[in-house]
Design a protein around this ligand. Structure first.
Ligand code: ZN
Length: 220
């Protein structure tokens, strides 16, 4: 009898563990490779005008009301033409998104990403720049800027300086250089993100969104 009870308890423990693991696979347990594939698949649907609008039902709202397990974090520009949920065809609770003009990295952005990785289990971060970015263009123009816009320009300036050494279109090269600069800063940031990247537990990639055809391309 005692043995039967012990087996039963063992079964219950095992079942509850499996249930927990099943919940965790939705989001937090999703690897960097799978996360990138999900984003690219969604972008393909968006480009092909075959949107499936996943996870946008009242049922999904209820599902994620108490907790979230986004499968990716995106740092993108505040530009009204670059909303990650739309161009990756994702829904509620899927993406942890931080948007600032010029997809720049400040301490609040870094802290938000650390929260996403440490507390929400995100294993994939994408820095998403875009074609004809106005913030990057302002940094190229330089000169006097009104209000606080100078802080954006200052953050992007090193990327512009870098792009000026390259042949080809200055604005597009600066957009790419700006993304690469932010990716490198994240990969070497201490003490949280950089350590996880080194351990292979976190993937950080840069990408460029094409305003004309809607394609997101991962940068080398
Ligand atoms: Zn922009």
């Amino acid at each position: 009898m005692k043995r039967t009870i012990a087996v039963l308890i063992g079964l219950i423990v095992l079942m509850s563990f499996c249930a927990g693991a099943m919940v965790a696979t939705e989001g937090s347990a999703i690897s960097g490779d799978v996360a990138q594939q999900k984003l690219m698949d969604g972008n393909k649907r968006y480009v092909d005008a075959r949107l499936s609008h996943p996870n946008q039902t009242p049922q999904r709202r209820t599902e994620v009301a108490k907790e979230q397990h986004p499968f990716a974090a995106i740092v993108s520009c505040a530009d009204s033409r670059v909303p990650p949920e739309i161009l990756f065809d994702q829904g509620l609770g899927d993406l942890f998104v931080i948007r600032l003009a010029g997809n720049i990295l400040d301490y609040a952005t870094l802290a938000s990403l650390e929260y996403a990785v440490e507390h929400l289990g995100v294993k994939y971060i994408m820095v998403l720049g875009h074609e004809r970015c106005g913030a990057v263009e302002a940094a190229i123009k330089g000169g006097e800027t009104p209000g606080h816009i100078g802080s954006l320009v200052k953050a992007i300036q090193p990327a512009v300086d870098n792009a000026k050494k390259q042949p080809g279109d200055l604005l597009d090269n600066a957009v790419r250089a700006n993304v690469t600069m932010v990716v490198q800063k994240l990969k070497s940031s201490s003490p949280i993100l950089g350590e996880l990247v080194k351990k292979g537990a976190l993937t950080v990639v840069g990408a460029r969104y094409d305003l004309d055809d809607g394609v997101v391309a991962i940068l080398p």
